[in-house]
Design a protein around this ligand. Sequence first.
Ligand SMILES: O=C(O)c1ccccc1N[C@@H]1O[C@H](COP(=O)(O)O)[C@@H](O)[C@H]1O
Length: 628
Amino acid sequence: MTSNPKIKVCGMNRNTAEVDALAADYLGFIFWEPSKRAFQGKMPVLAPNTKKIGVFVDASIKEVLQKTTEFDLDGVQLHGSESPEYCASLRQELTQPKKVESDVRLSAVSADRQAVEAPVIIKAFAVGSTFDFSILKAFEAHTDYFLFDTKGKLPGGNGAAFDWTLLQDYPSTTPFFLSGGIGPENLTNIQEFLASPAAAHCHALDLNSKFETAPGLKDTQALEAFITIIRTPNMQTYHADENGYYGEFGGAYIPEMLYPNVAELKAKYLEIMAEPSFQEEFQQLLKDYVGRPSPLYFAKRLSERYNTKIYLKREDLNHTGAHKVNNTIGQILMAKRLGKKRIIAETGAGQHGVATATVCALMGMECIVYMGEIDIARQAPNVARMKMLGATVVPALSGSRTLKDATNEAIRDWINNPIDTHYIIGSVVGPHPYPDMVARFQAVISEEIEWQLLEKEGRKNPDYVIACVGGGSNAAGAFYQYLDRPEVGIIAVEAAGKGVDSGESAATSALGKVGIIHGSKTLLMQTPDGQITEPYSISAGLDYPGVGPMHAHLFQSGRGEFISITDADAMKAGLELCELEGIIPAIESSHAFAVLEKKQFKPDDVVVINLSGRGDKDLNTYIDYFKL
Ligand SMILES: O=C(O)c1ccccc1N[C@@H]1O[C@H](COP(=O)(O)O)[C@@H](O)[C@H]1O
C-alpha cells in the first residue's frame, strides 16, 4: 500500500512555471500533434527536482530520441500501441551514454551516472472492463513503469475515469502511474484506492485534463488543493485513518477477551471488501434483493413550501424499509468469508434487527438479536417480523433497557462465542473497524446520490445533505462521498427529545463529553463522574447516548453542522411530509425534515434529505401522538 504517491501533472503548455511552483514530481509534455494540449514553444527552466516526461503516441524511435535530447527529458511515456520490442530497442538507445564534449564526463563514474539517470520508460495502457492484464508480462523487462489510462476515443486525455478497482488483482510488480480522468470530483475514490491493497505498486498519480480551465492551461488552485490533500494524509480527510481514528475519536478500546475477534476483522475487512467476487455478490444483492438504486426523488410540493430545491433519497423504499439492509448484506457476506456460522446483533428501533434477521434467513444462518425490553414493547411489529424471519429475540433487561443495553448484551455474547460468531453491528459505532466498515457499506447511498444528481441537476454535489443521527449509519452513508468536499454542507440532526436541557434528550453533540462507549472513543452523554446518562427520544432509533466517531469528529472540527430537533418538531415535520408528498417517514427520518423549519435555504440551493426509513413501524406512536 502507498499512501503518498508521487504526482505527475501532464499536458503542460501555457502556465508551466506556475504549475512547477506547486512542486509536482513530474511534469508531462505532450509530443503528439493532434492533442489539444500538444506542447509548443520553449521549455522553461524548471525546479531542479522536477522530472520532465515526454508523451508520445506511436512515434518513431528516432523522433523520441530527438525530443529527449532537445528537451533533456527525464522520461518518455508511450501512449500508443508500442510493442515490447519497440520498448526494448528504445531502452537500448536511451541507455547509451550521451555524446558529451568534456573529457571529464567520459570518466567511468560519469558513464555510470549516465546509466543510472537514463530517461525512464513509462508504457501506457488503455484499460476497459475486459483489459487483459497478462499482456503486461512481455513489457516488464523493457519498461520502468506502467501507466493505466481509460480506454477511450483518443489515445489519451479523454478525461474519463475507468474502474480503478480493476487493479485490485494487479499481477505485476512493476510500479505504475494511475491515470484516467483523475480530478477533484473523484478525490474520495482516489483516497480509497490509495488506502486499498491495490495501491501497493502505485508509484504516481497522473493529473491532466480534469485540472484545466482551457486545454493546456492548468487550474493551479485546484491542483494545489488536490496535491496538498494527497500529500498530507492526516489532514486530507474526514474518513478514518488505518487505526480507525477520525481526529481524536474512534480506535478500539476493548477488553482483552474481545481482542481476537476484533483483530481478525480488522486484519481482513478491507482485503475482503476489495475482492472482485465480494463486490460482485454485494452489488448483485443490493440490486436484485434490496432493490437498489433507491430513487432520488424531487419533492416538488415540499420544495415549494420551503422555497428551495429538495430531493429525497428514498432509503425507505429498500427491502425491509430502511437503509440498515445495505450494511447487513455487506456484513453477512463478510461473515461468510470469515467462516462464521452464527450471527448476533443489537437493535433499537428494530430496523437493524429485521435487516439482520432478513439476511440470516437469506443465507441460512442462525440469528440472535438483542433488544432492550422497552424497545421490544414500543416496536412490536418489528419484533414479530424478526421472529417470522427465524431470529431469536433476546430482551436486554439492564439499565434503561434500550439500545445501549442491547449492545452491551451482544458484546457479552461475542466474548463468549469468539470462534463461530460474527457480530453485525448496525451503526457506525463500536471498536475499529466497525465504524469504517459500516460507513463503507452505507456509502452506496451517497455514491448513488452523486450520479442521480448529475442526471437531474447536471452536477454531483448538492449544496446540503441532511440526515438524522443516532449512532449515525444512514448519515455516514449519505455524507460519505461528500466528507472531503467542503463545498457540500453537511447537516447532522440529533434528537433533542423533550428539549436539549430537559434532562430527557439524546442530543449528543450539545450535551456530550469525550468518553468511551462500546469500544470507541467518542462524544458521550455522561454525568460529571463519567456514568453514561440515559438518553431519551420519541424515536427508538435515535436514543443512543453517544454518536459514531465520524460524527463526533465532524462536530468537533466544525465540518458538520449539528442541529437538535425535539420530539414535537419531528412529529410535526413527519406529518407535513405525509400531507405534502404522500410519504409516511420513520420518526427518525422526520427529525431530518424538521431542519427545513429551522434553517433558511436559498431558492436555488439543492438540498438532499436522506429519508432513512419508512414509518410503518411507528404507526402506533403516530396514532398515540396525534390521537388519530
Ligand atoms: O492529454 C492528452 O491530450 C493526451 C494525448 C495523447 C496521449 C496522452 C495524453 N494524455 C495522457 O492521458 C492520460 C489521461 O488523461 P486524462 O486524465 O484523461 O485527461 C494522462 O496519463 C495523460 O498523460
